[in-house]
Ligand binder design. Structure first.
Ligand code: ATP
Ligand code: MG
Length: 555
């Protein structure tokens, strides 16, 4: 598993498509990814994107990007643009097939007239509450609306006047005439159209005051686009009979079929757009691209590569079983990708001053360090060395715990890519805190261990004269529990320490001119990415993931 690009695994949907191609039900696969532009995409959407675009790709078919924009209250153009950016970033191309369900409003309206003419839809004057009361329950059949037997003429007249804006919001709906006693509640005369006057739609402006429901819009949009396999998550399983009913009763040009798979759930985070919107709007995070969020914009800012997300989506597979995936599995995918790609650098998160008392005063030298220990093709860089250095304060222990392999009083440690040093003396301030180490170094140890001694510990360092101050942002899980909100309000499960900012870190000078998005491994610390908040004076790095892989190692 060294390459992050996975060979697609087979699964039940892939098998259905293979059978459909073999039997001739379709000659070319057409799928679609149908986001509603009411929030940013998250890693769950990535599963659906990888599935839809990936299937089209591997069968030589097409995948459309279609915005499911029938609910203008919650939608806006910022979300449309963010979604397009994220799909492109993941590496997928919808070509010239960018669609909006709102492109079909006129055709959807004409199909509604067709249903009315066939006696299969009627204008109903019940209020939302009355419709709910008439609907019945899982155990009790519903009751027919008193408006169910209106004549075709009256229905046509009223529906046209609904479109013309003659009636207030909530006064009337158009409903399918199916079966109020159906065991499937979705078939109990579902609403097809609602009146929403005075809202401005991000695509159609004020052209419409009548908006179709998702259940009516989706199958027709699929059929108009020639979608062969309409893939959605399991909560739509009970809607499938309605999907099929719509396709059967209007004269659409093709017959798509719906298949459901289970949603991706990730531990220690939330994924519904409603929750994510609350996290953003209530200020628990700094925006939709906060690196703690499971949004694609957040994961990108956190340093995830598109390749690692696609590999993760392939690995979790596609089934109909409920599941909750461990965060460690996602982390493992990015670690694996960056292990091969990310150049190594030296950074000291918590600096402790070190003076090399036997190194000549005012002298310095540039040492050549490899960018990658296993990949000589990534070349080398020069790192300055001098009499005053900083090491990480966690790499020195006055009273070392058992097994401590780094620097201790009188002990030796190797500086990565440089010399072996020995701690001779600690300088403490008035509070007793260690503020400086005075060390000696052995000039004969550059790149080799001293005669007769084996030095176990290797630590990172920077030259005091040359190092650049940097801000380092360490992230932890956004929630304290695997299933936030399972026991009451999800807000109570937030992890108060999910972001830790280290303002006084130091990094090697080659990191002075880095671009946002550049990724590195800080030796012995983890993988870091340059944040867009960076300036040349003060680079800012986000922790993508630590070095230690826990995925698959526990059991
Ligand atoms: P949310 O529940 O987060 O609000 P949604 O399903 O309302 O998401 P849509 O924009 O309608 O969001 O989703 C677009 C597509 O992505 C749909 O086909 C949906 O089934 C799929 N999708 C959404 N969330 C997940 C998930 N967690 N796992 C897999 N697919 C998902
Ligand atoms: Mg939805």
């Amino acid at each position: 598993m060294s390459d992050a690009v996975e060979t697609p695994r087979t699964h039940f949907i892939r098998q259905i498509i293979e059978a459909d191609l073999a039997s001739g039900r379709c000659s070319r696969v057409v799928t679609r990814f149908p986001p509603e532009p009411n929030g940013y995409l998250h890693i769950g959407h990535a599963k659906s994107i990888v599935l839809n675009f990936g299937l089209a790709e591997s069968f030589g078919g097409l995948c459309n990007l279609r915005f499911d924009d029938t609910n203008p209250h919650k939608e806006n153009i910022e979300y449309v643009e963010a979604i397009k950016r994220d799909v492109r970033w993941l590496g997928y191309d919808w070509g010239d097939r960018l669609y909006f369900a709102s492109d079909y409003f006129e055709q959807l309206y004409q199909f509604a007239l067709e249903l009315i003419e066939k006696g299969l839809a009627y204008v109903c004057d019940l209020s939302v509450e009355e419709i709910r009361a008439y609907r019945g329950t899982l155990t009790k059949p519903g009751r027919n609306s008193p408006w169910r037997e209106r004549s075709v003429e009256e229905n046509l007249d009223l529906f046209k006047r609904m479109r013309a804006g003659e009636f207030p919001d909530g006064s009337r709906t158009l409903r399918a005439k199916i079966d109020m006693a159906s065991p499937n509640i979705n078939l109990r005369d579902p609403v097809l159209y609602r009146i929403k006057r005075g809202v401005i739609h991000h695509q159609t402006g004020n052209a419409w005051c009548l908006y179709p429901t998702y259940d009516y819009t989706h199958p027709i949009s699929d059929a108009l686009e020639g979608v062969t396999h309409s893939l959605c998550t399991l909560e739509f399983e009970d809607h499938r009979p309605l999907y099929d009913w719509v396709i059967e009763h209007v004269s659409v040009p093709s017959r798509p079929r719906q298949y459901e798979f289970s949603r991706l759930n990730l531990e220690y985070t939330v994924m519904s757009k409603r929750r994510l919107t609350e996290l953003v709007e209530e200020g628990y995070v700094k925006g939709w691209d906060d690196p703690r969020l499971p949004t694609l914009a957040g994961l990108r800012r956190r340093g995830y590569t598109p390749e690692s997300i696609r590999a993760f989506c392939e690995r979790i597979g596609v089934t109909r079983a409920d599941n909750r995936v461990e965060m460690a599995m996602l982390e493992s995918a990015i670690r694996e990708d960056l292990e091969a790609k990310a150049p190594r650098r030296l950074a000291v998160l918590y600096p402790l001053r070190v003076t090399l008392i036997d190194y000549p005063e005012g002298a310095s030298e540039w040492l050549e360090l490899p960018n990658h220990p296993k990949d000589p093709a990534q070349g080398t860089r020069l790192v300055p060395f001098g009499r005053t250095l900083y090491i990480d304060r966690r790499d020195f222990a006055e009273h070392p715990p058992k097994g401590f392999k780094r620097l201790v009083p009188g002990g030796e440690v190797r500086l990565r890519g440089a010399y072996v040093i020995r701690a001779e003396e600690m300088i403490k301030d008035e509070t007793g805190a260690i503020v400086e180490l005075r060390c000696t170094l052995d000039l004969n140890t550059l790149g080799k261990d001293p005669e007769g001694r084996k030095v176990k510990g290797v630590i990172q360092w920077v030259s005091a004269e040359h190092a650049i101050p940097a801000e380092i942002r360490l992230y932890d899980r956004l929630f304290k529990v695997p299933m936030p909100g399972a026991k009451g309000d999800w807000r109570a499960d937030l992890n108060a320490d999910s972001l830790k900012v280290i303002a006084e870190s130091l990094v090697e000078p080659s990191l002075k001119t880095v671009e946002p998005g550049a990724r590195f491994q800080f030796e012995r610390e983890g993988y870091f990415v340059v944040d867009p908040d960076s300036t040349p004076e003060r680079p800012v790095f986000n922790l993508s993931v630590g070095l230690r892989d826990t995925w698959g190692r526990q059991s």
